[in-house]
Design a protein. Structure first.
Length: 255
């Protein structure tokens, strides 16, 4: 799995926009909004409330990159390696990407551990961490720092390695939002301020959002979105998608 990072930077599979090399995510509409894909050296946050599919989306993107020949490190802090591999097989089948997608299920990791892990497995094209709140409780991280220290360290890691780092994060449930939120009991759609202090270190913030999760109304049955709430390099907006529960993946809606 040893790679030449400089050669990777100029790899034909990378897309350059405004001088920034990007790695396609495998979801064309998302790539279009991001100017071609995940920018190298960037920190992307996939954030959602419970049940929206943040781990599903992160694993789907990691699998897409690996299937395209990219070498990907996926640090899973909640599930065991056996569980996350089973999850990936549910999405993609028998994992022909096993030589390019490396899973690590070590608990309580920090950015220093991930940097060491990169050295042991060889240079990677992208790093995924699932998820931020569990990383906060690792060695050296105050439990209540809101993810500030971990996100700052991950941003530095992305820049020093010149690869995209993607981390998932749990957003607060509506019933625990502050009292000043209007109609907070029925408030589900995420907004950028939900992210809190860690947002300042991000380059891209994506909210997977499935309104159908909260309602049985027929017209909302397939109302699902990938909301690009922040994009330091270009446009923001909502991408309509299908949710495929049998595979736990998001698919583009073809008009």
């Amino acid at each position: 799995m040893k790679r030449n990072k400089k050669n990777d930077l100029d790899n034909a599979n990378s897309i350059r926009e405004n001088g920034i090399a990007r790695i396609p995510t495998g979801i064309p509409s998302l790539d279009d909004m991001l100017g071609g894909g995940l920018p190298r050296g960037s920190l992307t946050l996939i954030a959602a409330r419970h049940g929206m599919g943040k781990t599903s989306l992160a694993l789907q993107l990691a699998g897409n990159l690996a299937a395209a020949g990219r070498h990907v490190l996926f640090s899973e802090l909640e599930m065991t390696k056996e569980q996350i591999v089973k999850f990936a097989r549910r999405q993609r089948g028998e994992l022909p990407i096993r030589d390019t997608l490396y899973f690590d299920d070590t608990e309580s990791v920090d950015a220093t551990y991930i940097r060491r892990l990169l050295r042991s497995v060889g240079n990677c094209d992208a790093i995924f961490v699932d998820y931020l709140q569990l990383m906060m409780r690792g060695p050296g991280w105050p439990v209540w720092d809101g993810g500030f220290g971990a996100m700052r360290a991950l941003k530095a890691l992305a820049g020093s390695e010149n690869i995209p780092v993607i981390v998932t994060s749990q957003l607060p449930r509506p019933d625990v939002l502050p009292s000043f939120f209007p109609d907070k009991e029925s408030y589900h759609r995420p907004i950028l301020s939900d992210v809190g202090d860690p947002e300042q270190f991000t380059d891209v913030v994506i909210f997977p959002f499935r309104e159908s999760y909260y309602s049985e109304e027929p017209e909302l049955k397939d109302k699902n979105e990938l909301i690009v709430a922040k994009n330091r390099y270009g446009a923001t907006g909502s991408i309509p998608v299908h949710w495929k529960p049998e595979k736990m993946i998001f698919e583009e809606k073809v008009e």
